[in-house]
Design a protein. Structure first.
Length: 157
């Protein structure tokens, strides 16, 4: 005598399905959290390296201002100096390494114990490699729609 309604088998299947869904969602959440942590670790390393280079640049600038003339090298960093006729001041330019592919470029104009910062920026020094592994239509006569059967019907002006 079947009275209708859900039996034990269908409720077990629903429970198994719910547990599988929760398991998949928890694994996806764990994966996203690990990816976010690795990105945050990379960013934290970059910020730490930047502030170390910034501190070095500040110390070099302090030594430049404390001396009578701009030296050729301070703390192992080469100083490029030249006279700027527009500013009527001597300029000092130097680069502090941040990482293997980044550096902090600094250029200051020094005049009578005061200074003006002309450049203070982080730049990339690594080589930029173009990824050309993706087949992209280069603008030739064949637009690549042959698999759709449209290549014979299309004309390109």
């Amino acid at each position: 005598m079947n009275k209708g309604g859900m039996g034990v088998g269908s409720s077990s299947i629903m429970l198994i399905f719910a547990v599988l869904c929760l398991t998949v969602f928890s694994l996806i959440s764990l994966s996203v959290a690990q990816n976010d942590k690795s990105l945050v670790d990379i960013e934290a390393k970059l910020v730490t390296e930047y502030y170390a280079a910034d501190e070095l640049a500040e110390n070099i600038l302090a030594e430049i201002l404390g001396s009578d003339s701009i030296p050729d090298e301070i703390r192992g960093v080469r100083i490029d100096k030249e006279w700027d006729w527009d500013l009527i001041a001597e300029t000092a330019a130097f680069s502090c390494p941040i990482s293997d592919v980044k550096q902090l470029d600094v250029k200051v104009a020094v005049s009578d114990g005061s200074y003006d910062i002309l450049i203070w920026k982080m730049i990339n020094t690594g080589d930029w490699v173009i990824d050309d592994t993706l087949n992209v239509w280069s603008g030739g006569d064949d637009p690549g729609f042959g698999f759709l059967g449209l290549a014979d019907e299309m004309t390109i002006d």
